[in-house]
Write a protein that binds this ligand. Structure first.
Ligand code: ZN
Length: 440
């Protein structure tokens, strides 16, 4: 369906290149679930929008989990007998098994192969592997690099620390006129991976900065967390905030060229679910929808039964569904400024719905009010399609009985939310509607 009101995109001009540059800036930092890479990433985010950084000590209990040790890495390599680095962390931080224990020694090729991870089907790509919850040392390489190993033994160095320290996460609360909150969460624990991780960080940072300059009804809480353990720690420390959360989204994988994908919240029919689907349907381009499953990103934690928050996940090609996922090919070529900008435009349109949705009651419910004598048909001159505007007036008047929200009306009438909102504003101006409550 076409939009009758021109989309306001002037404010997002330049957002795509801006987010792409931020992805580039963060790309080379070696992140993990804990450590300096996360702190450095949070410092870079903080240079654009003020965030509060929290440090949670190793050993802290968070529900059934415990904050793990802090991991920091300086260097890692495999040297051949000639002393040449044949696998070199300085060339890609994916070459080290992320969060692995330190190791130094000469090892026979056979032993080395047991600690070397490759992707035989994608011989040029380096896999991204982690060993968060079992202690191991290891390196990752392309299959081509692994096949070239011919010496009898190699020198292996993983110059890392895995010791008591802190888990670090960042939080940015953009206050609105109410303390009802929209939660926007992204993970910040992946090293040089662009779509899975950095695209979400860049979009969230841009959005947080944008919202600080606007007056909103909702307060927007942005979380920049290490995946899984970060969300669990945040929930365990903020149970008092949870009841304020009205809507939420997990932001990830928003920079590839694939179509937008929405994964519904556990509830499946929350206002956030209906609002995202409304945006996707009325944009007129291809998209896909997935039902909730307890697998994926941090929606698993927000939608655990003890919280059951209305949190979905709005991505492009989702978690695990693109070949470059968790490999060195999830790089600066996979993410594109125009895809980032397109994803952002969906988030902005969604926020417009959350902010503008409300329930009204008609003040002239017995038969139709006479619109002509109030000049309401002429007032529709502001719309590109006055016929659609007239339908919107009639639908809003008919369904505003204190039960249906403007979003419900848009869905039922097959009209874009912005058109319905515009109609409701005209009717309010003419004292034909009274507000029952904000929201859906
Ligand atoms: Zn991932």
């Amino acid at each position: 369906m076409k939009s009758t009101v021109k989309r306001e995109e002037s404010s997002v001009v330049g957002a795509g290149p801006w987010m792409y540059r931020f992805v580039e800036e963060l790309y080379l930092i070696c992140r993990s679930i804990t450590g300096e890479g996360v702190r450095e990433t949070l410092r870079r985010i903080d240079s654009h929008v003020p965030i509060e950084v929290h440090e949670v000590p190793t050993g802290t209990q968070a529900f059934d989990w415990t904050v793990p040790k802090e991991w920091n890495i300086r260097d890692a390599y495999i040297k051949n007998l000639a002393g040449e680095r044949v696998v070199d962390f300085r060339k890609s931080n994916l070459h080290v098994l992320n969060y692995c224990i330190p190791f130094r020694g000469r090892v026979p090729l056979k032993t080395l192969r047991e600690h070397l991870f490759t992707l035989p089907d994608k011989p040029e790509w380096i896999p991204y592997r982690t060993s968060y919850y079992e202690e191991n040392w290891g390196l990752c390489a392309s299959q081509r690099q692994a096949d070239a190993l011919r010496d009898s033994e190699y020198e292996v160095c993983i110059d890392a620390d895995l010791k008591d320290g802190n888990l670090t996460y960042g939080e940015c609360l953009v206050k609105g006129s109410t303390d009802e909150e929209v939660l926007l969460s992204c993970h910040i624990c992946h090293p040089s991976l662009c779509n899975d991780n950095l695209s979400g960080i860049a979009l969230a940072t841009w959005l947080a900065r944008y919202l600080t300059e606007r007056n909103t009804r909702y307060s927007y809480r942005f979380l920049f967390l290490p995946g899984t353990i970060g969300a669990i720690v945040w929930l365990s420390r903020n149970e008092n905030i949870v009841p304020k959360i009205r809507h939420g989204l997990v932001i990830a994988c928003v920079g590839d060229a694939g179509k937008p994908t929405y994964k519904k919240s556990r509830r499946g029919d929350a206002e956030i679910d209906r609002a995202v689907l409304h945006v996707l349907r009325t944009r007129g381009s291809d998209f896909s929808v997935r039902e909730f499953s307890p697998f994926g990103y941090d929606e698993r934690q927000y939608c655990s039964p003890g919280f059951d928050l209305p949190v979905g996940s709005l991505t492009r090609t989702p978690h695990g569904a693109y070949p470059e996922y968790h490999t060195s090919a999830d790089d600066l070529h996979l993410v594109r400024p125009d895809s980032l900008a397109d994803s952002l435009s969906i988030y902005l349109e969604l926020i417009e719905i959350l902010e503008g949705n409300a329930i009204y009651t008609s003040l002239c419910p017995k038969c139709e009010p006479q619109l002509g004598k109030r000049g309401l048909y002429r007032a529709l001159g502001g719309l590109a399609d006055a016929g659609e505007g007239e339908m919107a007036l009639l639908w809003v008047l008919n369904l505003s009985d204190g039960r249906y929200s403007l979003l419900d009306i848009g869905d039922r009438a097959g009209l874009n939310f912005r058109t319905v909102r515009y109609a409701a504003d005209l009717l309010l101006e003419h004292n034909l509607l009274a507000k029952v409550r904000a929201g859906g």
